[in-house]
Design a protein around this ligand. Sequence first.
Ligand code: SF4
Ligand code: SF4
Length: 162
Amino acid sequence: MEDYKARGYITPEELAGKGLLPSIERLEKGPIAIAECPEEIPCNICKNVCPFNAIRMDRIYDIPRIDPDKCIGCGVCVPQCPGLAIFIVDLSKPGKALITLPYEFLPPPRKGLIVKLLDRTGRVIGEGRIVKVWSYDKTWAVTVEAPRDKYMEVRALWIPEK
Ligand code: SF4
Ligand code: SF4
């Protein structure tokens, strides 16, 4: 069994090892999706909803791979992934990272709120500011401004006050 299966979450190093991370140069150009979906499961929703044909899957069991030249980081795929496995990362602004995450609680947070940033284990790793809140088909997505060096760690939010 691979380490991430036993552990219950995947690390950035494991994602990189599977070729699932964009280059730092691409991240610095503007937003791009990162699909943290290493299992060969029968799902291709992300591929089907992408308006830019930026997700490559030849078979429904394939691992989704984002084409860095086609993806514009629109975020359409984020709230539609049933596994909550797609994030948008944008390192084009100096000194910060913009990270878009799926958000499944109600009510959704309001723009401007300062929130706790959580890593994949649920550990608090800092604070960030909500800069965008939007939904697709009743599922929410939230963009948070986070410390730049945490762009591959922040994967959930804790909102003590709404
Ligand atoms: S962010 Fe937009 S362009 Fe990129 S993979 Fe998702 S739906 Fe496609
Ligand atoms: S929609 Fe989500 S769970 Fe399904 S293949 Fe895409 S990333 Fe994986």
